[in-house]
Design a protein around this ligand. Structure first.
Ligand code: UDX
Length: 427
């Protein structure tokens, strides 16, 4: 069997590479970051993802690392592109890294090579790449869109047990060869054209983000009328047409995908002359949801000038060190803007925060974070926070206020310990 190549060993790239190796493939991983490649060669995994370091070590015989694009195409016929496509200042996805790969492709004459797009790219990109390949006289390379649906924190399980595999191509043989990589998985494999495959990814993420903004608005109404959003969501979730997932109210969605993909889909629609009204609201609700936490703090503490607030959790969700578009960052800057002091603790994201977050005093544990604080806000529902040292926190905090931004804490226990407790969407 020829090896499988992966270009771009970031989050999606490394998980894809490792899982394909776990499925028995020889994998060649390529990244332009020589330092990253060197540390991966030593078995060091540069991202926090449960189970990933162990799986990299387990499959080290089958995983090879290089900085050479030529090497990857010499050794591999099927080559995945998993470089990042961050949002540009216009809201469009920045495809410069994707096109940097395309323009650096070596001449390939075998007619057996397939480029498989794992990066999330705007609808229409596949077609553009196919034209670019033709322009470079490389139209003997097949192109396949194979979007990724994995979630950070459960990426390995999601990759190995997907709900579906989507394969978009104009060449049926290329689709078959890529599909063959997934046949050990018991998932439906949907073969379609390229634009449809690209759209499935955006539509899925935008729908999930819509579900979150919807339940957040329901939560806001619940607060006004004395209903409890958690029970409302449970009651809705029993309806199989609605489903129970992604109905957790909180302080909004973040991460590397939802904010970027929702904005990009809105932009894709706009560029084609369609105004996607619903997504405009989804984005706005997500922004306002963070502001509501600030208002809750003001309601209890008055003006926040010179108040000190502890953020419990910085990562955009538990089981990751990822701070991209995290609610914590937005919340921290709003609080700082209001003249508050902000302290924070996160079980794994502190080293990352030290590199990227300004103006927040980063602490090594919960008790140091809440010391002399007027309030603590739970931002990320790390398991560690399920059992907060309430008695000790009470002694150390100036005011005894806890805002639970994820409806994760035990309200009764916190109130019994002498704190004022407020969650999202219930009294
Ligand atoms: C998401 C998609 O789930 C995944 O399919 C895609 O490939 C990448 O984007 P991820 O960003 O890892 O994955 O995180 P996810 O678990 O989906 O959560 C995204 C955000 O939504 C988090 O900030 C989370 O806290 C928030 N969220 C999620 C809610 O606020 N409420 C919910 O009910 C679910």
């Amino acid at each position: 069997m020829s090896s499988v190549g992966i270009i771009g060993i970031g989050y999606v790239g490394l998980v894809t590479a490792t899982c394909l190796a776990e499925l028995g493939n020889d994998v060649v991983c390529m990244d332009i970051d020589a330092e990253k490649i060197a540390s991966l060669r030593e078995g060091k995994v540069p991202i926090f993802e449960p189970g990933l370091p162990e799986l990299v070590v387990k499959n080290r015989e089958r995983m090879h690392f290089t900085t050479s694009l030529d090497e990857i195409f010499e050794k591999c016929e099927i080559v995945f592109i998993a470089v990042d496509t961050p949002p540009s200042f216009t809201g469009d996805a920045d495809l410069s890294r994707v096109f940097a790969v395309i323009s650096a492709l070596p001449g390939l004459s075998s007619g057996q090579h397939i480029l498989v797009m794992k990066s999330t790219v705007p609808v229409g990109t596949g077609l553009k790449i196919s034209s670019e390949l033709a322009r470079q006289k490389m139209d003997n390379i097949a192109y396949v869109s194979n979007p990724e649906f994995l979630r950070e924190g459960s990426a390995i399980g999601d990759f190995l047990n997907p709900d579906r595999v989507v394969i978009g191509s104009r060449e049926p043989e290329a689709s078959e060869r890529v599909a063959a990589l997934y046949t050990r998985m018991k998932a439906p494999i949907l073969k379609t054209n390229i634009a449809t495959a690209e759209m499935i990814k955006y539509a899925s993420n935008a729908f999930l983000a819509t579900k979150i903004s919807f339940i957040n608005e329901i939560a806001n109404v619940c607060e006004e009328i004395g209903a409890d959003v958690t029970v409302v969501a449970e009651g809705m979730g029993y309806d199989a047409r609605i489903g129970k997932h992604f109905l957790q109210a909180g302080i909004g969605y973040g991460g590397s995908c939802f904010p970027k993909d929702v904005a990009a889909l809105k932009q894709i629609a706009g560029n084609s002359g369609y105004h996607f009204q619903l997504l405009t609201a989804v984005i706005e609700v997500n922004e306002l949801q963070k502001r509501r936490v600030v208002n809750k703090l003001k309601k209890h503490l008055g003006p926040l000038n010179d108040k000190t607030v502890a953020l419990l959790g910085l990562a955009f969700k538990p089981n990751t060190n990822d701070l991209r578009e995290a609610s914590s960052i937005v919340l921290a800057s709003r609080l700082l803007g209001d003249g508050a002091y902000v302290k924070a603790y996160d079980p794994v994201a502190i080293p990352d925060a030290a590199r990227s977050v300004r103006g927040v005093l980063l602490c090594d544990d919960v008790l140091t974070a809440v010391e002399n604080c007027d309030a603590a806000v739970l931002v990320t529902e790390w398991e560690e926070f399920a059992h907060l040292p309430l008695a000790e926190m009470k002694k150390r905090m100036r005011h005894h206020l806890i805002i639970d931004g994820r409806n994760f804490l035990n309200a009764e226990e916190i109130r019994a310990a002498g704190f004022t407790y407020e969650g999202i969407g219930h009294s």
